[in-house]
Design a protein around this ligand. Structure first.
Ligand SMILES: Cc1cc2nc3c(=O)[nH]c(=O)nc-3n(C[C@H](O)[C@H](O)[C@H](O)COP(=O)(O)OP(=O)(O)OC[C@H]3O[C@@H](n4cnc5c(N)ncnc54)[C@H](O)[C@@H]3O)c2cc1C
Length: 356
């Protein structure tokens, strides 16, 4: 049986383990003491089918049925709010998301804090969904475990060597050998390629921050939609009776355990506050995570150009959960040398070969 080592225990690595372990012996090596400690533990938990470029959207689309079957989606709705001087950008974004145009008065029916003096345009998409990220990760983990996957946490890979057709992967004093490596190391994907003696692809991590605040005006926010400023100037959504606000920041950082900066949050909250009638008087908690993108903002999935036994599953950006099902299947197709279900154009647009 083929031996596969997956480096990274976020949603990418865990979903890949579930998909690959049906036909191979899989070990997942995760540097931290728990799975999903980095980006996968810090997301906004949305499934927005029209979010991302065409290649990303193809993965969103191809993932949806499995998520419905796994019961990880629930209705949320999405509202787009624009100012008077954002007419063109509002319209472009509204159409791109497939939203209907609604009056400000109608928007206030759904989201009572919409500020009629500053909001000139509103769009609404009823089909936007919440994605239960914990449940999805646990579902993949259980599937992987049932198929014999070994998860090793606290295993920070620090050396990768190839001798003949076998890889040896080391983490401190321990080592494992494998026929195939899957690089699911998130923000560290390029570092893992470099350790393996391969060419990095330019995967760049960008910080994205979130503040959790009390429900605005003590409203019951449970049924409020995900709300977005034009050009992703900020977004907000309900979270277990509280309200999340993100400045939708994109500051490039080196791979690290990211945290939110007060100034970035304050500026984002100010942009949000301009569009609503309630003031943020208290921030309860904050966090940040890294969204790691390839230069063209599509994921990177498939065999490395110079060594096909090193398979990339990286560049998930802001779409790692909503694409995980189709992305992990395509990764498994590469590892297990199976005919893929995705169309050839999408596969080419995801392939590491596009950077050659
Ligand atoms: C604020 C925020 C909001 C988001 N909202 C959404 C959303 O609504 N919907 C959505 O689909 N996506 C969203 N995302 C994006 C999503 O969270 C990511 O795309 C996804 O979590 C990436 O998963 P991953 O497994 O590739 O990376 P990670 O979760 O970062 O996992 C990579 C793992 O590799 C491990 N690793 C690295 N180097 C080594 C090594 N040397 N040895 C062993 N292990 C190593 C790391 O410790 C890490 O656990 C959001 C992200 C952020 C930050």
């Amino acid at each position: 049986m083929t031996n596969v080592i997956i480096i990274g225990g976020g949603i990418a690595g865990v979903s890949a383990a579930a998909a690959i372990a049906v036909d191979a012996s899989v070990t997942v090596l995760e540097a931290e003491d728990a799975l999903a400690y980095h980006a996968s533990g810090r997301s906004a938990a949305m499934f927005l089918k029209a979010y991302g470029n065409q290649t990303v959207r193809a993965l969103n689309e191809a993932s949806e049925d499995a998520y419905l079957a796994a019961n990880v989606l629930s209705p949320r709705g999405m509202m787009l709010l624009g100012k008077a001087d954002e007419a063109d950008d509002f319209e472009t974004e509204r159409i791109s998301f497939g939203m209907e145009r609604v009056s400000i008065a109608d928007a206030q029916q759904v989201l009572p804090i919409v500020n009629a003096t500053t909001c000139a345009f509103a769009g609404f998409l009823a089909t936007a969904q919440d994605l239960d990220t914990d449940l999805l990760l646990q579902t993949y983990r259980k599937t992987a475990l049932a198929a014999g996957t070994e998860f090793v946490t606290g295993a920070r890979v620090d050396a990768i060597k190839k001798s003949g057709s076998r890889w040896t992967v080391q983490a401190a004093e321990q080592s494992w050998s494998a026929d195939i490596i899957v690089n699911a190391a998130g923000a560290w994907a390029d570092e893992i390629a470099t350790l393996a003696g391969l060419t990095p692809l330019g995967i760049q991590p960008y910080r994205r921050s979130i503040a959790r605040v009390p429900a605005p005006g003590d409203h019951d926010v449970r049924d409020w939609p995900f709300v977005d400023g034009v050009n992703e100037a900020w977004y907000a959504k309900p979270d277990a009776g509280k309200w999340l606000i993100s400045p939708a920041d994109e500051d490039p950082l080196t791979p690290q355990d990211a945290w939110a900066e007060d100034m970035v949050l304050a500026e984002g909250i100010a942009r949000y506050q301009e569009m609503v009638t309630t003031e943020v008087t208290r921030v309860e908690t904050t966090w940040a995570g890294l969204r790691s993108f390839a230069p063209d903002r599509a994921l990177v999935i498939g065999p490395d150009e110079s060594d096909p036994t090193f398979v990339w599953l990286a560049g998930q950006g802001g779409y790692g959960f909503q694409t995980a099902q189709a992305a992990s299947q395509l990764c498994a197709d590469s590892v297990l040398v199976r005919a893929p279900e995705l169309d050839a154009k999408t596969i080419a647009a995801l392939s590491p070969a596009r950077f050659a």
